[in-house]
Design a protein around this ligand. Structure first.
Ligand SMILES: C[S@@+](CC[C@H](N)C(=O)[O-])C[C@H]1O[C@@H](n2cnc3c(N)ncnc32)[C@H](O)[C@@H]1O
Ligand code: SF4
Length: 459
């Protein structure tokens, strides 16, 4: 196994999109092209499956020095109202776009999925979150069995947050835990007592949330297997319905994320990190969890596992989701939208984002419109990331992707995949290398390897 790790532990994307962000053709991207793909997706899908909205709420009171999310650190809560006003204005720009269309489908959007991510959504007061959400709900029809979820920080989520969001239709929440070991918590500048996680988890259950998830991260500075095991066993005292078990992405070269406060020598080595994952996975499985896609574990009763067995699992910028809509509108600073035919990202600073919205413009600053080849590859990579297998129809046999076949054959020899004429499936041994298998399809990266370091390591 060591030699496989040495061979395959290379920088690689996490494939929340294909093409991945560094390969977007930003030069030929325009807001007009983006808007026409939004209309197309809206017309094709709204009545049947509905649409998704992702809202990025970027503020956090303290910087966790391991964090790679787009956030703004501030203790000034006066930022809340102007920011939420901009989000509602941005949503109105999309509504105008939907209304302009002389089609039979120009009814109100049907909202199937809504996710509040960050940063820290629970930085905002419950009252302000209510104003934001009621502003959106007044303009949409809510689908049957909607999937509304939010990310909360255990240190600042209150009972009132949970109740307010529950009353607005939220049934899923996730909380950042990372690690309970004090030495690790100090290194990542995130002191977070178990008591806080216990409180928010128990309140959520009392109120009626049907799925509570915890985020754990392996590969953090000073994290030994003892620390990881302690964290998993503490987590089991609360038995969350789902668990994200993220591989720590070390990306200090990305401007603005603020990763610092520890030395690279404090990080577990590639081999130690793989052991954290493998031991962690085994322990979680012994404790009744099932691995779903990459990075996620679920109890059998949870929707995430149910969507896996019913082949409905989907992956987008929100991570894994149990419903699949064609159009996902991302609102807020740095949010990424997805129309299946295109991606677009909003301005990455709060000021720039708000300025563009005030000018009455959809605040996208870069993006990509997919061509035919991208659409085929996107489908395969999505299948690999969600189902760990993909099938080629006659039209798109491996013969059309000879570069992929060559790489997959090598992986077959290494025991990572099973391969037949039109089918590839990741083996148990290959699961830890899921990103590498997806990379075998990534023609854009094969044609032009990145010149500088862009991605975290795959294992
Ligand atoms: C937006 S935060 C969750 C909500 C809230 N801000 C909190 O920290 O509790 C999203 C999650 O991304 C994960 N994350 C952030 N930076 C990461 C990194 N560098 N590598 C792996 N996971 C990371 C953490 O598990 C974190 O809980
Ligand atoms: S982990 Fe959460 S609270 Fe910490 S900086 Fe990142 S987004 Fe903010």
């Amino acid at each position: 196994m060591n030699s496989l790790i040495n061979k395959y532990n290379i920088p690689g994307p996490r494939y929340t999109s294909y093409p991945t962000v560094p390969y977007w053709e930003n030069e030929s991207f325009t807001s007009e092209k983006w808007q026409s793909t939004v209309i197309r997706a809206f017309n094709e899908s709204n009545a049947e499956e509905g649409i998704s909205i992702y809202i990025h709420l970027p503020f956090c009171e303290n910087l966790c020095t391991f964090c790679a999310c787009h956030k703004r650190i501030t203790k000034q809560h006066s930022v809340e109202t102007p920011y939420l006003e901009s989000v509602l204005k941005e949503w109105n720009l999309y509504l105008e776009l939907f209304r302009q269309q002389p089609t039979t489908n120009n009814q109100q959007p049907t909202l199937k999925e809504l996710h509040l991510g960050g940063g820290t959504p629970t930085f905002f007061s419950p009252e302000n979150l209510r104003i934001l959400l009621e502003g959106i709900f007044a303009t949409v029809e809510i689908a049957e069995n909607p999937e509304f979820s939010f990310e909360g920080h255990p240190n600042n989520t209150t009972k009132e947050h949970l109740q307010t969001l529950y009353d607005l239709g939220f049934r899923r929440c996730s909380f950042g835990v990372q690690d309970y070991d004090l030495k690790v918590q100090k290194a990542i500048n995130r002191i977070q007592p178990f008591e806080n996680v216990k409180n928010v988890t128990e309140w959520a259950r009392e109120i009626g949330y049907k799925s509570v998830s915890h985020d754990l991260v392996f590969g953090l500075p000073h994290q030994s297997w003892e620390a990881m095991e302690f964290t998993i066993r503490k987590t089991m005292e609360l038995k969350p319905d789902r668990l994200a078990f993220y591989s720590y992405a070390h990306v200090p070269w990305i401007k603005g994320v603020g990763q610092r406060g520890f030395d690279e020598n404090d990080l577990p080595s590639g081999e130690e990190k793989r052991k954290l994952y493998e031991n962690g996975k085994k322990l979680l499985e012994d404790l009744g969890y099932i691995e779903v896609g990459m990075d996620h574990f679920s109890l059998e009763s949870d929707d995430l596992y149910q969507s896996l067995i019913h082949k409905k699992l989907h992956r987008n910028f929100m991570g894994y989701t149990s419903s699949n809509t064609q159009l996902m509108v991302g609102l807020g600073m740095s949010a990424i939208s997805d129309s299946w035919y295109g991606f677009a990202q909003n301005e990455k600073t709060v000021e720039e984002y708000q300025k563009r919205v005030e000018e009455g413009k959809i605040p996208v600053f870069r993006g990509h419109i997919l061509n035919e080849e991208d659409l085929i590859i996107r489908r395969h990579i999505l299948n690999i990331m969600c189902q760990l297998e993909t099938t080629f129809t006659d039209k798109n046999t491996f013969a059309e992707l000879p570069e992929a076949l060559e790489k997959l054959k090598e992986m077959q020899e290494d025991g990572l995949v099973e391969l037949s004429e039109n089918f590839v499936k990741i083996t148990e041994k290959g699961r830890v290398f899921t990103r590498n298998v997806a990379m075998a399809f990534d023609l854009r990266m094969m044609r032009k390897m990145p010149e500088t370091r862009l991605f975290s390591m795959t294992v």
